[in-house]
Design a binder for this molecule. Structure first.
Ligand SMILES: [Zn+2]
Length: 371
């Protein structure tokens, strides 16, 4: 083909995609595609990306040290096809007293929940308003073992930033990865004391929708597969009316060999018992240890197709300084691979974000899948 014919062919195909609303890469996704109405184009899974549009699990702040500058980080999402982002701090940082910034230098340095990240994220969001993305600011400070302090800090953030924060998490109920950093599983006695802040999350002032709570709660480990399950069950039984997101479906690097049948049976039982429970399928560990294997993946895909309205997507990207757009894109792609196998209904609800819009009471709408 001559250059001229090539150009003509390129222009023609560009016009066709414009006319049909079809897009070949994630980078072309726009918020307008998710506006309800007669104009809304259907989504063609054969030509459009399988990557998720909602990152309900993105850490804008690292455990210690510097972060990717906010103004740079918010330019990573749209090119990766992500338009809706939960702005998490991180559930714990090296304490100021520890003098630590990096895991490699502080293998046992004390890690604690902190409000520092929330203040930084809230301030950055004010400084850099953005109309190409829908950002959900999340309070990440809550120490579930010190519940008496939570309300006061919620007040502080609301006073300072107005009703800008509409989510809470990721907070740690039990995270074995941090045991060597002085974190302990939350005592059941403390869970009872969450009542005041859980009530406020359910019914925030000034008409905000109920604020979902993303909880990290390991089910157990490869040595003791259901050792900590009772903690999450305790939370769900006590607070059945709170929207709760169980991140990573309770899995972790400490539990990479759980029997999928046993895992899915536990999750199904809890999803049936607690209609406000959602699962987040973020973190590459889920891909590496589970979804990568076809026979295991098939069981999870069947499970997601059975519960298409109960699953949220995310990357679990931690924006430590030095990470680039390509690193974020890779996390999005790996965490999205399982989407390829979902039914159309599940794909629309999960990968195209309908579950997130419903949970948050947003007026966005996931496109229908083209037939
Ligand atoms: Zn996380």
């Amino acid at each position: 083909m001559s250059t001229k014919t090539l150009r003509a062919a390129f222009l023609a195909s560009a016009l066709v995609s414009l006319a049909s609303g079809c897009q070949s890469t994630g980078s072309e996704r726009q918020l307008a595609q998710f506006k309800a109405g007669p104009e809304q184009a259907c989504y063609d899974r054969a030509t459009q990306p399988y990557t998720f549009v909602v990152d309900a699990h993105a850490h804008f702040r690292p455990f210690g040290g510097e972060a990717v500058p906010y103004s740079e980080l918010i330019r990573y999402f749209q090119p990766a096809g992500v338009l809706f982002v939960n702005v998490f701090g991180i559930g714990q940082m090296f304490s100021a007293q520890s003098g630590c910034q990096r895991f490699s230098l502080c293998p046992t340095g004390e890690i604690k929940p902190t409000i520092r990240n929330d203040v930084i994220n809230g301030s950055n969001a004010l400084l850099h308003p953005n109309s190409d993305l829908h950002l959900t600011l999340s309070m990440s400070f809550a120490d579930l073992s010190e519940p008496q302090d939570v309300m006061q800090k919620m007040d502080l953030l609301d006073d300072e930033f107005g009703p800008a924060f509409t989510w809470m998490g990721e907070v740690n109920l039990v995270k074995q990865a941090l045991f060597k950093h002085a974190h302990r599983a939350t005592e059941p006695a403390h869970i009872a004391d969450w009542a005041p802040f859980m009530a406020r999350l359910r019914a925030p002032e000034d008409g905000r929708a109920p604020m979902p709570l993303s909880i990290h709660a390991d089910i157990g480990s490869d040595q003791a597969p259901t050792q900590y399950l009772h903690l999450m069950e305790n939370v769900l039984a006590r607070y059945p009316d709170n929207p709760i997101v169980w991140v990573h479906m309770g899995l972790s690097r400490e539990q990479t060999k759980m029997d999928p049948q046993q895992h899915i049976a536990i999750l199904s039982r809890l999803l049936d018992a607690y209609p406000n429970l959602m699962l987040d399928i973020s973190w590459r560990v889920l891909y590496e240890a589970y979804f990568r294997h076809a026979a295991i993946r098939a069981q999870y895909v069947a499970f997601f197709n059975r519960y298409p309205t109960r699953i949220l997507t995310g990357s679990d990207f931690v924006a430590a300084k030095g990470y680039k757009l390509r690193d974020y894109r890779r996390e999005v792609e790996i965490n999205s691979r399982v989407n390829q196998y979902l039914s159309d209904e599940a794909f629309r609800h999960i990968a195209l974000g309908q579950n997130y819009f419903d949970l948050m009471g947003l007026s966005y709408r996931a496109p229908e899948i083209c037939q």
